[in-house]
Ligand binder design. Structure first.
Ligand SMILES: Nc1ncnc2c1ncn2[C@@H]1O[C@H](COP(=O)(O)OP(=O)(O)O)[C@@H](O)[C@H]1O
Ligand SMILES: [Mg+2]
Length: 150
């Protein structure tokens, strides 16, 4: 597990999200950690845009799972926000594993997965507020060779 840390602005978020989004492959799980308003959805939007999504992706806070599939994107991606999940038992019906067969998962509030989750998850943790945000990327082995940022 390698850890990288970057201070970033809102303008950088577009570039950082785009670079990570372009590196996504089927089967990938990206966990987006950070408080309310940290910038999780902002990064997910930039990833989706990099895969061809036109317009701004809505926050999946109320839908919980917002799936995207070709041709609107060039890689199937399910954008997930588990904030409203109160118990691990509610996760089963979301069927998140199914999306990994040919696509990727971007998961906000991955803490709600509890003991569930996937071993090769790329974890992106955002801290800070205002213009002083910090992104901490924890890379599993599967991401070491293709991590797109310095
Ligand atoms: N790196 C950043 N620097 C400054 N503002 C940011 C940055 N990233 C996100 N924001 C702003 O923070 C607010 C909340 O972002 P959002 O992505 O919705 O947070 P979350 O999904 O973590 O709740 C938005 O107004 C967004 O424009
Ligand atoms: Mg959000």
């Amino acid at each position: 597990m390698t850890v990288h840390r970057y201070g970033y602005t809102l303008a950088d978020a577009e570039r950082i999200g785009a670079a990570i989004g372009a590196a996504l492959q089927p089967g990938d799980v990206v966990a987006l950690e950070g408080d309310l308003g940290a910038g999780k959805t902002t990064l997910a939007r930039a990833m989706l845009k990099a895969r061809g999504l036109a317009g701004e992706a809505p926050s999946p806070t109320f839908a919980i799972v917002q799936p995207y599939a070709p041709p609107e994107v060039d890689l199937a991606i399910a954008h997930v926000d588990l904030y409203r999940i109160e118990d691990e038992s509610e996760l089963i019906e979301l069927g998140l594993d199914d999306y990994l067969v040919d696509g990727a998962l971007l998961i906000e509030w991955p803490e709600r997965l509890g003991t569930g989750g996937w071993p090769d998850t790329l974890t992106l943790t955002i801290s800070g507020s205002g213009d002083a945000r910090v992104l901490t990327a924890s890379l599993p082995p599967a991401w070491e060779a293709r991590w797109p940022l310095r």
